[in-house]
Design a protein around this ligand. Structure first.
Ligand code: FE
Length: 245
């Protein structure tokens, strides 16, 4: 069973995280899904794999109407990100999935019809959800060749995909990072191996420093909040990536 926790709320504007599957088989990587609700319209970020669809659906249904999911946002193409697409389309056949144009002819292998995918151009775009506008920020080669993040300027939340991801031991159930220095051990090897380009990494660190971010929310591991957001960006800027050890 997964945990659902509200991380931001302001009038009819809400973010919740669905995280930590306590009964997940050990051979599956754990994932975080985020639900954004604005004026009763829902967006689900990186909804997860086929294997965990039932847990995500049940947990989400405790607090939200799953048929109100209008959009899925997929940061990239990986199986733990979006292989559940066909099952979400059974919940709402009209939902649309935003993903990089680069993956727009690959992802239909997971399901959908001709207009299910909304291709995101390389430079990013804005997505209107209810009365608010969300910003899609390029993060190419971090780690996928067509890779995006989602920024909510009102909530000051950056959904960062695999950037900031940590592989936590099973007994660590922290939704938020509690001790940054201790947390580094769970993300160092992941970022060195999965982020292939120092150039792309440095460019992202520079661009993202211009954004006002209260919470950096990765697809695996704990959320960075407050001062830990800047600590993470500084740590990542100084890390050499694209190496196997
Ligand atoms: Fe990935």
């Amino acid at each position: 069973m997964k945990i659902i926790q509200e991380i931001y709320t302001n009038d009819d504007h809400q973010w919740a995280v669905i995280a930590r599957d306590t009964q997940k088989p050990p051979y599956l990587i754990d994932t975080n899904e985020y639900v954004i609700s604005i004026d009763s319209q829902l967006m689900l970020t990186d909804p997860g794999g086929l294997e965990i669809f039932a847990e995500v659906f049940t947990t989400l249904s405790e607090s939200f109407d799953p048929t109100a999911i209008k959009y899925i946002f997929a940061s990239h193409q990986d199986p733990d990100i979006v292989s559940s697409l066909a099952l979400w389309l059974e919940v709402n056949p009209k939902l649309r999935c935003y993903i990089s144009w680069l993956w727009s002819s690959f992802i239909p292998h997971f399901g959908g019809v001709e207009d299910t995918i909304i291709p995101i151009p390389d430079e990013g775009m804005k997505i209107q959800l209810g009365s608010k506008s969300l910003e899609v920020i390029p993060a190419h080669y971090l780690h996928s060749s067509g890779n995006f993040q989602l920024y909510d300027p009102q909530a000051k939340i950056l959904f960062s995909g695999d950037i900031g991801a940590a592989l936590l031991p099973p007994d660590n159930k922290n939704i938020f990072v509690e001790n940054f220095d201790e947390h580094v051990q769970y993300m160092e090897a992941f970022h060195k191996r999965w982020m292939p380009s120092n150039r792309a990494k440095n460019d992202w660190c520079q661009r993202i420093s211009n954004y006002d971010i209260d919470m950096l929310c990765p697809q695996h591991g704990s959320i960075f909040k407050g001062d830990d957001v800047k600590k993470f960006i500084d740590w990542f800027a100084n890390l050499e990536v694209g190496i196997t050890k």
